[in-house]
Design a protein around this ligand. Sequence first.
Ligand code: 5GP
Length: 112
Amino acid sequence: METLFTKIINREIPAKIIYEDDQILAFHDIAPKAPIHFLVIPKKPIRTLNDLTEEDKPLAGHLLFTAQRLARELGCEDGFRIVMNCNELGGQTVYHIHMHVLGQRQMHWPPG
Ligand code: 5GP
């Protein structure tokens, strides 16, 4: 089922896009929870982390590596946090997998 992230990929709704290639898209979160808060998503509409398959391994690595590179480019070299919420109990609200990258403030543990 299509989510609003598909609409962002297809430019049907606007977003502040940071990076794009043939496989992934990164854009700023609409409701940032830190001075830097962006999302890195695959263009392939995978609903949850539970739906990731063996064939998605290179894609998962590409997402992670891009998140690391963009965090550094956006000034988070001193530290940042990556979060992926899975399903309702994990706090997921948009059913198209995404990495949250948060930075430029002190993070705390455990998260809520
Ligand atoms: P989740 O709760 O699924 O882990 O994260 C979904 C994230 O998407 C939230 O942080 C939320 O603020 C963000 N979000 C929801 N709708 C939009 C939108 O239309 N544009 C952007 N840029 N982010 C959105």
